[in-house]
Design a protein around this ligand. Structure first.
Ligand code: TYD
Ligand code: MG
Length: 459
């Protein structure tokens, strides 16, 4: 019998199989197997085994492990440094994922710009754009120092050779889907190519102490294309997200071996590239209508950072038998649930009403602390009563209409005070829990509520 020359890979966990399977036996995901040409040539699996990380083969006492170079390199882009947990760790591998055109190449070019000003040798390798295209982009972004070198190359053996010879401090690979290893016969962008290429880059990063940024394309489902293994292999995974039509972009850490993952960085795309947004609340609230019903300002937490956001609701008598419900930026089912609470606990007759809820600014948030804000926005639109412009709201709503506590209330209230809000409607338990912390906030009136009814009575 002729030997099969194709093999099937699970795109989620990298599991291999001789035949196609509906469900992966490794990770139990459905419909993840893709066919690929078999890997020929020398045995490359040693590379996948992280050979660079293996030391002499004998156990070492933890106290004897010397840490050199533990100092972090600041990129001088504050929003990025925060997401990275305080700067770049030498020898780390950072994956930057995001939709096409979101600004990954622009961000990394700007990182290169800042780092070259810090007298670091930086190598920017592009497999997608020509030298001319990069130059045109660089001219928009600003002045670049001599120490930035550009290379248009997709063959990783050549890249490896150059990296070993020139030993730059920082390398950018744009993008991993265009790179290929000669040992692997399948096309660039395929599961085995992406896996092998990343393994090689990992080896180079750890072996030479080079920090490598890898750009990864994102699939329809929103994960980095290629195997999930990619995310397991690298030290840090950052996602660049945001509406391509809106100007702002959010950089979110989803994995970080050197810091917390719940920090975000906010940027705005301008004609000179990405500009940091140090105060996102102000940015999110710009353009908020005055004296309109159905508009409520709520406070959410992104990591340790409070962000104020406007919740808009529009509720009106439906023209059809089947009312329409829609939620933009927040969970549709959650909105339905909160409307059910309003109907049952407060007797608001909304069964024949169309209802639309929108988080202004295009953010996508699933934090329960927004519940009270959503409920108030819906009630405000339904009753056509305006919620005062100086009120801010947060709290989780339970099924019996109770308002439950949320995390870090003091930080939220302080952020609101900073932006000139004078009244805060929050869960009563939160006032008891950290009343002391909030005492020094003069001019901020705290109204504790126990149930949705208390909150709605205020408007
Ligand atoms: P890019 O970094 O090429 O995206 P990615 O690498 O993630 O695919 O970003 C391209 C978009 O950014 C493009 O639509 C134009 C826009 N842009 C600006 O608005 N201003 C600028 O200064 C630059 C460089 C790009
Ligand atoms: Mg790009």
């Amino acid at each position: 019998m002729a030997k099969k020359d194709t093999i099937f890979f699970c795109q989620s966990c990298g599991n291999e199989s001789g035949k196609w399977l509906g469900q992966c036996p490794g990770c139990r995901e459905w419909n993840t197997f893709v066919e690929e040409k078999v890997v020929k040539g020398k045995n490359t699996s040693a590379r996948s085994n992280n050979a660079a990380l293996v030391n002499s083969g004998k156990p070492t006492a933890l106290s004897e492990v010397a840490i050199e170079n533990e100092e972090r390199v600041k990129t001088r882009i504050e929003e990025l440094d925060r997401v990275l947990g305080g700067g770049l760790v030498p020898g780390s591998l950072i994956l930057v994922g995001g939709d096409p055109g979101i600004g990954k190449s622009t961000l990394l070019l700007q990182v290169c710009q800042r780092l070259t000003n810090e007298v670091k040798d930086v190598l920017y390798i592009s497999g997608e754009e020509s030298l001319r295209q990069i130059k045109i982009r660089a001219d928009r972004v600003g002045q670049f120092a001599e120490s930035l070198k550009i290379l248009c190359e997709t063959n990783l053996s050549i890249i490896e050779e150059i990296m070993r010879k020139t030993k730059p401090h920082i390398v950018v690979i744009d993008s991993i889907q265009t790179m290929y290893c000669e040992d692997v016969t399948s096309a660039p962008g395929s599961v085995s190519q992406v896996r092998e290429s990343t393994a090689l880059l990992l080896q180079l990063a750890k072996g030479l102490g080079i920090t490598i940024f890898i750009v990864g394309h994102v699939t329809k489902e929103g994960t980095v294309a290629g195997p999930r293994v990619l995310e397991h292999m690298v030290d840090t995974v950052l996602y660049f997200e945001g509406d391509r039509h809106a100007a702002y972009r959010i950089l979110r850490g989803v994995k970080n071996r050197f810091g917390s993952t719940n920090e975000i960085g906010v940027f705005e795309m301008q004609s000179i590239g990405l500009v940091e947004v140090p105060n996102p609340s102000e940015y999110m609230l710009s353009g908020k209508p005055q004296g309109a019903s159905g508009s409520v300002v709520a406070c959410l937490m992104e990591g340790t950072r409070p962000i104020l956001i406007e919740i808009q609701a529009l509720v009106y008598q439906s023209n059809f038998g089947m009312p329409r419900r829609q939620a933009t930026g927040t969970d549709f089912n959650r909105v339905n649930l909160l409307m059910a609470v309003l109907e049952k606990r407060l007797g608001l007759q909304m069964a024949s009403c169309d209802a639309y809820v929108n988080l202004a600014g295009g953010l996508k948030i699933a934090e329960p602390a927004l519940d009270l804000g959503i409920v108030m926005a819906i009630a405000s639109s339904f009753k056509n009563r305006v919620v005062d412009d100086k009120i801010i709201v947060f709290g989780e709503v339970g099924l019996s209409g109770e308002v439950r506590s949320v995390s870090m209330p003091a930080l939220r209230v302080k952020e609101a005070a900073k932006l000139g809000f004078t009244t805060c409607i929050l869960p009563e338990v939160c006032i008891k829990a950290c009343g002391d912390e909030m005492k020094d906030l003069k001019g901020m009136k705290l109204i504790g509520v126990k149930s949705v009814r208390d909150a709605i009575d205020l408007i």
